[in-house]
Design a protein around this ligand. Structure first.
Ligand SMILES: *Cc1c(COP(=O)(O)O)cnc(C)c1O
Ligand SMILES: [Zn+2]
Length: 369
């Protein structure tokens, strides 16, 4: 992506050998021939025609009660509860094809949960490197349940990723989103939105390590390349105020992100200070005529509540960040907010209050009100 060098495809190629930059996957044989259901429905657009599956993709697109024109693409309905499953179906298949027997990821939690499940399915070992004290309970439980080797570091996600990128790839197959093969799976959400709704005016995406927004944009661009849609959505990237290297730079008109050393937010899935895919995300936003926006934790939690109580959709905080961004930006037209992860991931993010009754009379009294 940075130096323009072209390589023939290899599953062991994750970064440009010449300049160390990010790589894009280009599929010359792609054509539109959807068949079946879920991610592999779009095999004709993917680098592999079949592979490991848990039935990922085919998630609900729900018309929201929160605003006219708003649709929620509920990625929490994937097998392990986040969009990461789309990428892992592809990524773990590629890892297996490459001859590897170990998978390695740094994670704020969802990548770990997903990698653990898909590795189990593929009969591979899985190592997850996690920032101690910064992983939501549900996600950690999933990694353990699926039998991943859990490695804790003292530090945040960015440090865990640095370990994987700089020291891990020699020993195990890395499936963080700098691996361009994984993003090929994630682009399929664009195809599903297109099939149900055509091309929306905006697609709003929570941004952490910045892979997903670029994957979704790639999906829409490929539809346009094949002449399937003649207008493209504007991509809107939403970050939490305390972890907004891209949104902050965008607001100040800077070309490069303002990396954050100590990111802070309740939305742990986007608590990332140095997004590795930032050049791809900036390209997606610029090419599409979109923008980055930051939202406060209070706005995220409010959007989470509104989604849950007016739409019946349970999102983890990061998942609701897209809706918070939509509300803040006051977007008009047909808008798809990608709600990236399920509420069950992070039970501690919700306050629980209860009323108590001592007998049936008190219950009846309560119900009468
Ligand atoms: C991974 C994740 C994100 C961030 O996606 P990136 O590709 O890292 O930008 C957002 N929300 C949830 C729930 C996630 O699991
Ligand atoms: Zn290069």
């Amino acid at each position: 992506m940075s130096c323009g060098q072209v390589y023939s495809p290899s599953y062991k190629l994750f970064k440009c050998p010449r300049c160390g930059g990010l790589l894009d996957v280009e599929i010359s044989s792609k054509h539109w021939a959807p068949k079946g259901i879920g991610v592999w429905r779009y095999a004709s657009m993917l680098p592999l025609k079949k592979g490991i599956t848990l039935g990922e993709g085919a998630t609900p697109l729900v018309k929201s009660n929160l605003a006219e024109g708003l649709y929620v693409k509920f990625e929490g309905a994937n097998p392990t509860g986040s969009f990461k499953d789309r990428g892992m179906a592809l990524g773990v298949t590629v890892a297996k094809e490459s001859g590897a027997n170990k998978i390695l990821v740094a994670s704020t939690g969802n990548t770990a949960a997903s990698a653990a499940a898909y590795a189990a399915r593929a009969g591979m070992r899985c190592y997850v490197v996690l920032p101690r004290g910064n992983v939501a309970r549900g996600k950690l439980m999933q990694a353990a349940l699926h039998g991943a080797e859990i490695v804790m570091i003292n530090g945040l996600f960015d440090k865990a990723l640095e370990y994987v990128v700089n020291y891990g790839t020699k020993y195990a197959y890395p499936l963080n989103s700098f691996n361009p093969w994984r993003l090929e799976g994630q682009k399929t959400v664009a195809f599903e939105i297109f099939e149900e709704l055509g091309c929306p005016d905006y697609v709003v995406v929570p941004v952490g390590n910045a892979g997903n927004i670029s994957a979704i944009w790639k999906g829409f661009k490929e539809l346009a390349e094949l002449g399937l849609c003649n207008k493209l959505p504007r991509m809107v990237g939403v970050q939490a105020e305390g972890a907004a290297p891209l949104a902050e730079a965008w607001e100040r008109g800077l070309e490069e992100p303002l990396f954050v050393d100590e990111p802070r937010t309740v939305a742990t899935a986007i608590k990332i200070g140095r997004p590795i895919n930032w050049p791809k995300a900036v390209r997606a936003v610029k090419e599409s005529g979109g923008f980055f926006i930051k939202v406060q934790d209070g706005e995220i939690l409010k959007a989470q509540r509104e989604l849950a109580q007016r739409d019946g959709i349970g999102a983890e905080p990061a998942g609701a960040a897209s809706v918070a961004g939509f509300l803040k930006a006051k977007l008009r037209g047909v808008v798809v907010a990608v709600v990236t992860g399920h509420a069950l991931k992070d039970p501690d993010a919700v306050e629980i209050s209860a009323k108590e009754v001592r007998n049936a009379d008190e219950l009846m009294e309560l119900l009468e009100k």
